[in-house]
Design a protein around this ligand. Sequence first.
Ligand SMILES: Nc1ncnc2c1ncn2[C@@H]1O[C@H](COP(=O)(O)OP(=O)(O)OP(=O)(O)O)[C@@H](O)[C@H]1O
Ligand SMILES: [Mg+2]
Length: 249
Amino acid sequence: MSLFVADRLVKRFGGLLATDAVSLAVDHGEVHALIGPNGAGKTTLVNLISGLLPADAGRLVLDGVELTAMAPHRRVQHGLSRCFQITSVFGGRSVFDNLLLAVQAHAGSSFRFLRRRAAETGLHRQALELAQTLGLETVLHRVAATLPHGLQRRLDLALALAARPKLLLLDEPMAGMGPDDSQQMVALIGRLRERTAILLIEHDMDAVFQLADRISVLDYGRVLACGDPASIRAHPQVRAVYLGTEEGM
Ligand SMILES: Nc1ncnc2c1ncn2[C@@H]1O[C@H](COP(=O)(O)OP(=O)(O)OP(=O)(O)O)[C@@H](O)[C@H]1O
Ligand SMILES: [Mg+2]
């Protein structure tokens, strides 16, 4: 059974059908990429899944739990996390403080029965472990807002992981990055699949084809195709949609 299912989601903006009965499944351990031209409805779909926007119709189920009517923060509690934008980082605090605050916020009841000192040690350990996973251990004491762009995006990712998601939503994690930062981010995301399934929106086709186990293509709010990378690359309609754009496949 799939970890996550979106079933015939619909979203209208006035007369525009931005999400036209979209169905999509993500399996355990899967990196599922969502691609499509500008305005196809990718961000709208992520907003429907995270709960930022209410859907007009359709259902969302994560690990057997119906999310459809849940507020965004409750979806996070049930294992759905999206990458925060940079604005949600406490810019004036250190990288370590940001990580610790995020870990604390999601610790829930797991530390309730420990003595305070033991609980603090556990939280510190988790914050350090996240820093190591994302390659932030050398900048722990830097003020978050002073980090270069590539490291800020990694901190975003670390904060999203602090919620221990089952499904992580990433909307253009490589945006604005140079080739070196992009390649490092690809490697990091590749390693994250051991901890969480990922729904990845990305215009960088090299990154998509390196990372994705499966690809869904959106066009005019509809799923045009869904399949493994080889079948998507060979799909005539998908090729037609991308022909004449700078995003070569
Ligand atoms: N809040 C809104 N109100 C009205 N129309 C919107 C709103 N948000 C998105 N749209 C429209 O819905 C369509 C889908 O937009 P969306 O941002 O989801 O596309 P996208 O696939 O993420 O594009 P991009 O690749 O440029 O990020 C577009 O036509 C857009 O103009
Ligand atoms: Mg978008």
